[in-house]
Write a protein that binds this ligand. Sequence first.
Ligand code: B1M
Length: 213
Amino acid sequence: MSQEILNQLAENLIKGKAPQVKELTQKAIDAKIPPGDILDKGLVAGMSVIGERFKRNEVYVPEVLIAARAMNAGMSLLKPLLVAAGVKAKGIVCCGTVKGDLHDIGKNLVCMMLEGAGYKVVDLGVNVDPEKFVAAVKDNKADAIGMSALLTTTMTSMKTTVDAFKEAGIRNSCKIMVGGAPLTQNFSDEIGADGYAADAASAVDKLTELLKK
Ligand code: B1M
């Protein structure tokens, strides 16, 4: 019975059916399924399927956004219970689009995927200067930052941010992940970031890999 509800939850999330996801989340809560299981075996399981399909170009940005909206519908009921049950996030990550850059569609997708995978995401928005990344990590005791850039002219701010972490003396206590259309693995290596991800689903894999190290 419980497994059936969780399977239906994942299936409806994959189809992006927000009202059904909300209804099934409530059904799962009423059936006394632990909130952590509803999250991992229902919502996150569905979002992982979307992530994999997105990586293989079997679904595109609109489908991911629709699935994320369905995820949020379930999370609105689940979040207070998760907090009350003391279910811990997998890690805390502060994400933002770098200084001078206002593109946020890709960054928002990355945030949604990370949240969908069980991370606590602090979204710093766009045009985030290096000092704001440093302050956010200190304030939130974050494990990692995720920087996004869409312009060749703003990619350089990523290096300045890495340097700001060194100057603040917190470079070794925080992983730095970068992404965005003009970036490459080489660029990530050159500026001394810890990892590069080409798309939002790969960002989840990369962060998980970095935080294991
Ligand atoms: Co602009 N823009 N734009 N733009 N814009 C580009 C990026 C551009 C390639 C268009 C072009 O000329 N062909 C070009 C950049 C050229 C360059 O630098 N090489 C460009 C330009 C020049 C500009 C302006 C300078 C234009 C002007 O005013 N003269 C200006 C700059 C404003 C600024 O930022 N200061 C500008 C403005 C805008 C809009 C405001 C109109 C709008 C942004 C709206 C918004 O984001 N809210 C916009 C848009 C929409 C685009 C295009 C059309 C689409 C970008 C997008 O959202 N893609 C873009 C052209 C294009 O890409 N076809 C273009 C979809 C998104 C899902 O993909 O962001 O790549 P993406 O994210 C992916 C991955 O890259 C990765 O995962 C995401 C999902 O798979 N990823 C990460 C992203 N961040 C990651 C972080 C990670 C990991 C993975 O870890 C932390």
